[in-house]
Ligand binder design. Sequence first.
Ligand SMILES: Nc1ncnc2c1ncn2[C@@H]1O[C@H](COP(=O)(O)OP(=O)(O)O)[C@@H](O)[C@H]1O
Ligand SMILES: N[C@@H](CC(=O)OP(=O)(O)O)C(=O)O
Length: 547
Amino acid sequence: MYTRTVPSHRPADRLCLCSCPGQQYTQKRCVSPDVVCSATPTCRRLGNFRLRAESQSASSIGGKAPPPEAVLKPPGTDVEQISVVMKFGGSSVADAARMLEVADIICSFPEHRPCVVLSAMGKTTNLLLQAGNDALSTDPQDIHALAPLRAIQEGHRQAATTIQADDRTLKQVERLLAELQQLLVGISIMQELTLRAQDSLVSFGERLSTRLFAALLNNKGVAAKQYDAFDMGVTTTDVFGAADVLYERTLPAVHAALTLAPAGQPHVPVVTGFLGRGVNTGAITTLGRGGSDLTATVIAAALGVAEAQVWKDVDGVLTSDPRIVTSARPVPLLTYEEATELAFFGATVLHPLAMQPALQSDALAVRVMNSYNRHAPGTLIARQRDMSNATMTSIVLKSGVTLMDVVSTRMLGQFGFLATVFNVFRDNQISVDVVATSEISISLTLDPSKVWTRGLIDEELDALVTAFEGIARCSYQRGMSIISLICNIQRTSLILERVFRVLGREGINVKMMSQGASKTNISLIVDESQGRHAVQCLHSEFFDAQC
Ligand SMILES: Nc1ncnc2c1ncn2[C@@H]1O[C@H](COP(=O)(O)OP(=O)(O)O)[C@@H](O)[C@H]1O
Ligand SMILES: N[C@@H](CC(=O)OP(=O)(O)O)C(=O)O
């Protein structure tokens, strides 16, 4: 929890939700309290406000990137303050051509002055992790030939050439690539890759991509400046690999860094996502995989802007993971709570903590957009939404889960049993996802990736069983999946009747179920081997017209 100390720059502004046919649930920053929307008779009071679709149509519809020599019309240079944070993930900035496309997207919002947050290009983070692991089994003199290192060097040099990066940027890129190689040599010599070193290692991805992108914008006539988040005040715990943002320190510092810029031409800040600086160690930290989403919402909260846009390679948050259900379709509206549950329970489209700053802010909306299909309305995530017509919103699968049963060896009525059980998990630093209890027994699922670099190992589970000796009988089953139904809990009976009819028909046994305090989620635990099939059948039942 934190108190937001940074006031909004536009106290008169407010957000409006409109539901115009064909432009469903478009959200706007309204410049006066009675300005709402223009498109249809039901919401006609927009006046001088332009719809997103209109402003996009002024730019290159069809998503074709401009030729490298073209000069872009800068986004909102006449806008005094930064008014939107736009985050582009690795898939959006996979290569120079994609960076050009992203520059064009940014410039298609002339009414906005953006702050841009970028992830590493394409799969660079994975390549960096692979290089770190490979370095452990490579002689120091052979590090320069490591395949992932070569791929990173070649990819970034090629991008720098294509975007015609200036000499200063070229030097910076070469310096970073040399530093990266040195770090890998160090890992090889030390024969050790700590989480701290690993965070420094993966930071090179965002440090390189942002420098290249700022150079590209400047080349296009859009004044831009690169920022490293860890030098700009993003302060975190020292939990390497999954650091938590320290909001009280971070928000005012980021606000100052981005608003107290030296006088002169307003510029577009291009900030590294995913990275922070550990409060005690002073070392570079990361916010967990996909952490750039969180960087974007943190910056949006720090600046008090109304919207953070996270641009992906899908048309928004979908009714299921498109890699499991090919017919999955976009969900137009979500609440912060629904988005958080989705992300925690396996929808990798959003970082699980990305909604945290939005929850604490006055009116920060998060919009998930597709940089490959910029006209798609995307998903708008806000504090509340009308649930009257909602039944099933999205179906999520999380695999690699361990199911643990803990049964008290004492008599019925023994108090303090639950507290004792959870103390054991706390002492062993293992996080629990889903819980179902009776008076003397408790079933729970254990998070497969408490640290994003690995899953639970057998030794940890055996240590837990030992820790329960004398307190309870404990057994565990690996290879489970959690299916999370993000749905309207007001309709639980109706939903569960359909769920169990489908699962019964398919011969899928539910090992455990939990509805819990969440108003948005019912979790079912099934055997991992049946997880994908179960999700496909449930999606078909709730979303496909023929069922
Ligand atoms: N419910 C879901 N809705 C949309 N995408 C999902 C969902 N679940 C998983 N995904 C996956 O998330 C991917 C987008 O997230 P991510 O790869 O982190 O994007 P980026 O790297 O651009 O930030 C999609 O390509 C899709 O495969
Ligand atoms: N590059 C980091 C951080 C990130 O947010 O990436 P993406 O936006 O591409 O998911 C990662 O791969 O985890």
